[in-house]
Design a protein around this ligand. Structure first.
Ligand code: SAM
Length: 276
């Protein structure tokens, strides 16, 4: 039956074929009987088959029609019994908030995802974090290292700051290329992101915080002063900002980015409301 599902590179299809690794991922997920799991890209069901026995309900979002059909056959009983729903859809367009509201609880998101859309998946999860309890995905090891990286390292960048600001990321263990078919050219790792219920740090203007991180890491080699002058913000006077703008973005810890963006926010808002 699986012959009908030749892996498509264009869909990032590297199927997990090592069941010991699948079990190890499931152990790390610590799924409880009351959990609702959203699986990204179930493929031929290597993880799905373990998830359906553990969670109260699984929503599996798969873009490939062939895989979705295969899963409907493989898990006919579970689908009929309401344990599993197969959504033939692009995860990047899937409404997590609507699903979380419908099931009345935060989702545990799990997946061996197509690596070429790792960043869009993370950014989507961050944007819809209110719907998510945690996220457990396989990523390319190099990308995982960037996500958990500390300041003053070459791996530290936009992904590190955003993932660490909105969630608590952890790299759990490596997965060798031999666990997949076809074998990817890279080593993988299991990444966990825990989303707190409320933002952990006080940012005065979240949009501005995002702009400051993007603008400064966009010109990584330049000083903060050099990159921030292109922000184009009315009322921003860099010379009177109480912050060392000779630094480069990779030298700033998360708290420093929060502090910098708050100082800019105060200045810009004060210039728009001079009497306030
Ligand atoms: N989970 C399966 C496994 O572990 O064997 C398949 C993993 S494979 C790396 C990625 C899966 O994501 C494929 O089944 C692919 O068709 C699916 N996929 C690719 N792009 C997708 C998207 N935008 N939304 C949902 N699924 C997608």
């Amino acid at each position: 039956m699986d012959q009908s599902l030749r892996p498509r590179k264009s869909l990032g299809q590297n199927f997990l074929v090592d069941d010991n690794i699948a079990r190890k991922i499931l152990r790390a997920a610590e799924i409880l009987p009351d959990d609702v799991v959203l699986e990204i890209g179930p493929g031929k069901g290597a993880l799905t088959k373990h998830l359906v026995g553990k969670a109260k309900h699984v929503v599996a979002v798969e873009l490939d029609k062939r895989a979705a059909n295969l899963l409907r056959q493989k898990f006919e009983k579970e689908c009929a019994g309401g344990l599993l729903e197969i959504k033939e859809q692009d995860f990047l367009e899937f409404d997590l908030m609507k699903t979380a509201k419908r099931v009345g609880q935060g989702l545990r998101v799990v997946g061996n995802i197509p690596y070429y859309i790792t960043s869009p998946i993370l950014l989507k999860a961050i944007a819809q974090r209110e719907a998510i309890q945690d996220l457990l995905i396989l990523v390319q090891l190099e990308v995982g290292k960037r996500i958990v990286a500390e300041p003053n390292t070459k791996d530290y960048g936009i992904l590190s700051v955003f993932c660490q600001f909105y969630a608590t990321p952890k790299l759990l263990f490596k997965v060798p290329a031999s666990a997949f078919f076809p074998r990817p050219k890279v080593v993988s790792a299991l990444l966990r992101l825990d989303f707190p219920q409320k933002p952990v740090r006080d940012v005065l203007d979240e949009k501005l915080f995002v702009e400051v991180v993007r603008a400064t890491f966009g010109k990584r080699r330049k000083t903060l002063r050099n990159s921030l002058q292109y922000l184009g913000l009315d009322g921003l006077d860099l010379s009177s900002l109480d912050f060392n703008l000779q630094l480069r973005p990779e030298q700033l810890a998360l708290e420093d980015f929060v502090c910098l963006s708050n100082l800019i926010a105060k200045q810009v808002h004060a210039s728009h409301n001079p009497k306030a």
